[in-house]
Write a protein that binds this ligand. Structure first.
Ligand code: ATP
Length: 676
C-alpha cells in the first residue's frame, strides 16, 4: 500500500511473464470459439447478403493499408525521377497516381456503402438478440437468476462483439499486408527496418499497460471524508431537512474548517498523481522512438549517399507510420477483444443455466379448492447472504387446505421469507416442504405459480396501460374490460382511474423514446415544448399505486386455478379505511382457498384467523388461534397489546415495555378496528 496525497493506493507487484496462469486465461478465451461460431452463424442467418457485404468491406479495410504503402512508394520514386532529371517516365507517374487514386476512390465508396447498410444490419442484430435475451430472462425463476453470477448482457452486445471480431481480423490483415509491402519494396534491410518500427508501438503499449494496472484506492483522511459528506448534504434531496433544521451555517463552517486543515494535502485523483511520478525518462524514450525512421534514413544516407534520396525518406516515413499504426491498433484491440470474448459467452450463458424444475402436475387436494402445506424442520438462507444466521431456522408447521392464516412478528423475523418459500420463489436450504403431501420441488414450477396469487408489499407497476396492469393478473382475460373494471372496484382503484384523463388506457410511466438535441437556443423553444409534452409520466401516490396492484390480485383471483392466496403487507401506503376495505374484500374472496396474510396491523384480521403464526428471529415462537395466544401472554399478546393500548383509556403500565395495560387483553373495540 502506498500513500499518494490523501489516498491510500493498493497495487499488486506484477512482472511480465508467460506463466502457466496466462495460458489458463488464454484457454478460457479459446473456449469461447464455439460461441463465436454461433454468433457469426446467427448474424449471418439474419441477412446473408448484407453480412457478406460487411465482411467484404472489412477485408478491403484490411488490405488497403498495404496497397497504399506500396502504391505511394511507387509514386514517390516515379515523381522523384521525373523532378530530378526532368525526363522521367510520365507513364510510370500516371500509372502510380491512377493506382493511388483508385485506392482512395474504392476506400471512400466502401466506407460510404458501409455507413449505408451497417445501421440496418445493426438494428436487425439488436432486435434478434433482444428477443433472445427477453426469452431467456423470462424463462427463469428468481432463485436461478440470482445464483447466476454472470453479468447481464445488453442486446447491442451481439452486434458489438461481431463488429469487434471482424475489426480485429481486419487489423491483423492490415498488419500482414503492410509488412508484405515493406518486404517487397525494401528487399534489403526490410526486416531490420520492420523491427525498428516495432519499438514505438511497443513502448506505447508498455506505457498504456502501466496505466491500466489493477489499482484500488480509498481515502482515510477524516477531513476529506467530512468535506465530501457536507458536499453530499448540499444536494437538493436534503434541502428540506437542512433548511427546516437551520443547518446551513453550521455545515458551511464545518466545511471551511475541514478544508483549512486539509490545505496541505493533495486531493487530485490518485491515478493522475501516480502517472506523474517517474514517467519523464520513459516518456523521453517514447518520444525519441518515434524518430527512429528518420535516424535510420540519416544512417543509410551517410553510409550510402548515392542510392538514398528524398523519396527514400518519404517512403520510410510512410512505411513506418503505417506499420506503427497497425501494430498499435492491434495492441489496443487485443485487450478489448479479450473483453469481447467474455461478453459473447454471457450472451449465450442464460441458455446454459439449468432451471431446477419438477415433473409433477399440480392438482388441488380431493374435494378442496385450497392448498395444504407441511414444513418439516425447514431452514433457509438467502443465496449470497452475508449474515451467518439463516432467515428461517428449523421451522415445522402444518397449514391445512382452506385455512385463513395470519403471520405476525417483528421486522426481520422471517415472515416474507416464509411466504417466498411457500410460493416457491426460493427452495428450502434444508428440511422438507410438502404441498398437498408432495415435496414442493417435485411440482412443475409453472403449475404451482398458476395456482398461486400473491399481493406483495412492493407496488410494482408495469410500463403498460392501467388496463393491462390489472388485466395481467389473469392473462387469459386480459382483454375483458368488464372484469378489469370489477377488479379495479374491489382493489379500490376505480376512483383513481376515473380521475385520470385516459382512464384505463393511461400509462403511468410510459416507455421513453422521445429525445432531442441542439435545442438550447430560444428559437427552438417550440420544439423543446413538444419534446417536453411527449411521454409524460403521470404522478400518482404510493397508496394509489398499491390500489392498482391490489386490483391486479383481484383479477387474478378470478382464475379458477388459484388455490393459494398470499398477502404480504400490501397496505403500508394505504389509509386506514383503504386497508380495512382491502383486507375485508380479500377475505370475502377466499372461497375455500388457503389464504395467508403477513401484516403488522393485524387487529382486524386475527380474530377471523384459523391459525396465527408468531415469528421471531427466523423461528415460529407461537402458533394457534387468537384467544389461545392471548391467554399464553407471550410474544403475540405483547404485539397485540402494543397496538391495542393506543386505543385504550389510561390504566397504568403493563409488563410489556412500559405501555399502559388495556382493561382486558382484547382491547380493540369495533370502532377502533375500523379506524386502525
Ligand atoms: N434478499 C435477501 N437477501 C439476503 N437477506 C435477506 C433478503 N431478504 C431478507 N433477508 C434477511 O432475512 C431475514 C428475514 O427477512 P424477512 O424479509 O423475511 O423479514 P420480515 O419478517 O418479512 O420483515 P419485515 O416485517 O420488515 O417485512 C432478515 O434478517 C433480512 O435481513
Amino acid at each position: 500500500m502506498k500513500t499518494v496525497g490523501i489516498w491510500q493506493v493498493l497495487t499488486l507487484k506484477e512482472s511480465f511473464s508467460i506463466k502457466p496462469s496466462r495460458w489458463v486465461e488464454w484457454n478460457k478465451y479459446i473456449s469461447t470459439l464455439p460461441h463465436i461460431r454461433r454468433l457469426v452463424g446467427d448474424i449471418y442467418a439474419l441477412n446473408p447478403p448484407l453480412v457478406i457485404l460487411y465482411l467484404a468491406s472489412r477485408a478491403w479495410k484490411g488490405v488497403v493499408p498495404g496497397i497504399t504503402v506500396y502504391v505511394s512508394s511507387q509514386l514517390f520514386v516515379a515523381l522523384e525521377a521525373y523532378l530530378r532529371d526532368g525526363e522521367g517516365d510520365p507513364s510510370a507517374v500516371l500509372q502510380a497516381l491512377m493506382a493511388h487514386l483508385f485506392c482512395v476512390v474504392i476506400s471512400t465508396l466502401t466506407s460510404s456503402l458501409h455507413n449505408h447498410f451497417v445501421p440496418k444490419l445493426t438494428s436487425q442484430t439488436q432486435m434478434f438478440f433482444e428477443e433472445h435475451l427477453i426469452r431467456e430472462n423470462l424463462r427463469y425463476d428468481v432463485q436461478t437468476l440470482q445464483q447466476s453470477k454472470t453479468q447481464r448482457p445488453s442486446a447491442y452486445m451481439g452486434w458489438h462483439c461481431f463488429a469487434e471480431i471482424c475489426e480485429a481480423c481486419s487489423n491483423i490483415m492490415a498488419l500482414f499486408t503492410v509488412v508484405t509491402s515493406i518486404m517487397i519494396y525494401q528487399q534489403h534491410g526490410g526486416s531490420f527496418f520492420t523491427t525498428l518500427c516495432l519499438i514505438y508501438p511497443l513502448l506505447a503499449r508498455t506505457m498504456r499497460s502501466s496505466w491500466m494496472k489493477a489499482v484500488v484506492w480509498f481515502s482515510d483522511n477524516d477531513d476529506y471524508i467530512r468535506m465530501q459528506a457536507i458536499h453530499l448534504l448540499s444536494a437538493p434531496w436534503y434541502r428540506e431537512d437542512i433548511a427546516i433544521n437551520n443547518l446551513s451555517e453550521h455545515l458551511m463552517k464545518e466545511y471551511t474548517k475541514a478544508r483549512k486543515r486539509l490545505a496541505t494535502d493533495f486531493t487530485e485523483h490518485p491515478l493522475d498523481q501516480l502517472r506523474a511520478d517517474n514517467q519523464t525518462i520513459f516518456q523521453l524514450f517514447y518520444a525519441l522512438s518515434g524518430e527512429i525512421p528518420l535516424m535510420y534514413f540519416a544512417y543509410c544516407a551517410m553510409v550510402d549517399p548515392f542510392t538514398n534520396t528524398m523519396s527514400t525518406l518519404a517512403i520510410l516515413q510512410k512505411q513506418s507510420s503505417a506499420l506503427s499504426g497497425s501494430i498499435d491498433t492491434i495492441f489496443y484491440m487485443l485487450s478489448s477483444v479479450l473483453y469481447t470474448l467474455e461478453n459473447i459467452k454471457s450472451l449465450y450463458h442464460m441458455e446454459e443455466l439449468k432451471l431446477v424444475d419438477g415433473t409433477v402436475e399440480y392438482l388441488p387436494p380431493e374435494g378442496s379448492t385450497g392448498m395444504s402445506f407441511e414444513l418439516q424442520n425447514v431452514s433457509f438462507a438467502y443465496p449470497g447472504a452475508k449474515s451467518k444466521e439463516g432467515a428461517l431456522k428449523e421451522v415445522s408447521l402444518q397449514i391445512k387446505a382452506g385455512q385463513l392464516v395470519v403471520i405476525v412478528g417483528e421486522n426481520g423475523s422471517g415472515k416474507s421469507t416464509f411466504i417466498k418459500l411457500l410460493t416457491r420463489t426460493y427452495d428450502v436450504t434444508s428440511g422438507q416442504l410438502l404441498v398437498n403431501g408432495i415435496p414442493i420441488q417435485d411440482y412443475k414450477i409453472a403449475d404451482l405459480h398458476d395456482a398461486t396469487a400473491i399481493l406483495h408489499q412492493d407496488h410494482m407497476m408495469y410500463p403498460l396501460s392501467l388496463a393491462e396492469n390489472i388485466g395481467l393478473g389473469y392473462p387469459a382475460c386480459v382483454a375483458d374490460t368488464e372484469m378489469i373494471k370489477e377488479s379495479a372496484v374491489k382493489g379500490g382503484a376505480s376512483e383513481v382511474i376515473a380521475g385520470l384523463g385516459q382512464g384505463l388506457d393511461t400509462v403511468l410511466e410510459p416507455v421513453q423514446t422521445a429525445s432531442g438535441c441542439h435545442l438550447e437556443e430560444s428559437k427552438y423553444k417550440e420544439l423543446k415544448d413538444v419534446l417536453e409534452s411527449l411521454e409524460v409520466t403521470t404522478e400518482v401516490s404510493g397508496g394509489e399505486k398499491q390500489r392498482v396492484v391490489a386490483s391486479r390480485t383481484f383479477m387474478r383471483l378470478r382464475s379458477p386455478r388459484i388455490n393459494f392466496i398470499a398477502v404480504d403487507e400490501p397496505s403500508s401506503a394505504l389509509d386506514p379505511r383503504g386497508e380495512l376495505e382491502l383486507f375485508d374484500r380479500l377475505r370475502s374472496e377466499q372461497g375455500g382457498r388457503t389464504m395467508i396474510f403477513v401484516t403488522h396491523r393485524f387487529g382486524h384480521l386475527t380474530k377471523h384467523a384459523d391459525l396465527i403464526i408468531c415469528m421471531k428471529n427466523g423461528q415460529i415462537v407461537e402458533s394457534g388461534v387468537h384467544k389461545d395466544l392471548l391467554a399464553l401472554n407471550g410474544e403475540y399478546a405483547t404485539l397485540y397489546n402494543i397496538q391495542a393500548q393506543a386505543f385504550a383509556p389510561a390504566q397504568g403500565t403493563d409488563r410489556a415495555g412500559g405501555f399502559r395495560t388495556p382493561p382486558d387483553n382484547d382491547a380493540f373495540s369495533e370502532s377502533d378496528r375500523a379506524s386502525l
